[in-house]
Ligand binder design. Structure first.
Ligand SMILES: [Zn+2]
Length: 379
């Protein structure tokens, strides 16, 4: 179980609203609170990410451990939770909701929760109509749990439309705007002035929390001070090699590099010879595709002898799209995209996106216009 937990957002595939999951009786198990529901969720996350080592970033309300202890059917759950918090595997704080939404906004990592955050929509208008960032755990067949994308819908409330009017003012430049995620924060390392503090240290310790934003400044969760900039964080992107849907290998690509991938692409490349069984390498070219990572955007170029490489997006609400041929020029290889080299041999990008990509997406999803919530209320 522990090996699936991290508070390093670089490794995390999903953010989990732990209090919500542990309390969700629909997921089976007797009792008001059960950690077994989280174990079922891990299985669902493995299946969805097609990654047996999938990592979750857990955020919990302080009240999960400290309030209503008798609601846990198994006292061992409370001890285990306590040990996770001490070892930095769970971020525990008074208001988990706000932190989850902040992390989602900063990193683009999807949130697993049954909550619709209706009360937070004034503060965070991007929740309105959102279909990309939330997954709900629901009971699956045979006592399992599955993860289903959520349409957050449009919550109607007078408070929201007032807030949206205020946002309209912001757009006109009358108030200062924070419409985009703070990718300037995500792409830097941070250091707490307290010398014993290692919460944000990427060199020491396995976990490196993303700083909490207070009044627009990255702040230490424990010591309360404004963090100082500790230089750029190496931007990397993770790539998975899938063989017939099973994870075979994982690669990390760095910003500013070009990496050939194929049967035998040479020293700077990713050689699939040895990873893919010999009978499957027949259709693989020596260099099959080139991946170029620049300014936080991944590009793919089909270099196969017969231009046989296919591409699809697997991150859509309706599941994976149809395969289509890559063009003769470079194309975007975005978060959640997959590339089919030969039958059953797929390069997949994890859903997590580069800060640059995130900023671009944010520009597409503008908040709904001020009248939108009113229209829904009339129904
Ligand atoms: Zn600190």
């Amino acid at each position: 179980m522990d090996k699936h937990l991290t508070t390093d957002f670089h490794e995390a595939c999903f953010l989990v609203d732990l209090s919500n999951v542990v309390r969700d009786r629909r997921l089976g198990e007797p009792g008001a609170r059960s950690l077994r529901r989280l174990r079922l969720l891990v299985e669902a996350a493995k299946a969805l990410a097609r990654d047996p080592d999938v990592k979750l970033y857990l955020v919990a309300d302080t009240s999960l451990r400290h309030g209503g202890r008798r609601e846990f059917g198994d006292p061992a759950d409370i001890r285990l939770l306590g040990s996770w918090v001490r070892r930095g595997l769970v971020e525990e704080l008074p208001d988990a909701d706000d932190r989850l939404l902040e992390l989602c906004e900063l990193t683009g990592i999807p949130v697993v929760t049954g909550d619709r955050f209706r009360g937070a929509r004034g503060e965070r208008p991007w929740l309105q109509g959102n279909t990309d960032d939330f997954l709900e755990p629901l009971p699956g067949p045979g006592g399992t749990v599955r993860l289903v994308p959520v349409d957050m819908g449009v919550a109607a409330a007078v408070a929201i439309s007032m807030k949206l009017e205020e946002d309209a003012l912001k757009k006109q430049g009358l108030l200062d705007s924070r419409r985009r995620p703070r990718f300037d924060v995500v792409s830097r390392n941070w250091r707490c002035e307290d010398r014993r503090c290692t919460l944000y240290d990427t060199a020491r310790g396995a976990a490196a929390l993303l700083p909490r934003m207070r009044r627009g400044a990255p702040t230490c969760e424990v010591h309360g001070g404004v963090l100082s900039d500790d230089g750029p964080r190496t931007a990397t992107v993770q790539l998975k090699l899938l063989l017939d849907g099973e994870l075979k290998a994982r690669f990390t690509l760095e910003n500013g590099t070009t990496v050939p991938v194929g049967r035998a692409p040479g020293p700077a490349g990713i050689a699939l010879h040895g990873l893919v069984p010999p009978e499957r390498t027949a259709g693989l070219s020596r260099v099959h595709v080139s991946l170029r990572i620049s300014d936080g955007i991944v590009h793919v170029l089909d270099r196969s002898s017969y231009a046989t490489t296919r591409w699809r997006s697997s991150a859509g609400r309706g599941g994976p799209g149809a395969w289509r041929a890559l063009g003769t020029a470079e194309e975007r290889f975005g978060g959640g995209d997959e590339i089919l080299l030969v039958e059953g041999v797929v390069l997949a990008r994890s859903g997590r996106r580069f800060p640059t990509e995130l900023a671009q997406e944010w520009q597409r999803r503008r908040p709904l216009p001020p009248g939108a919530a009113d229209v829904t209320r009339k129904h």
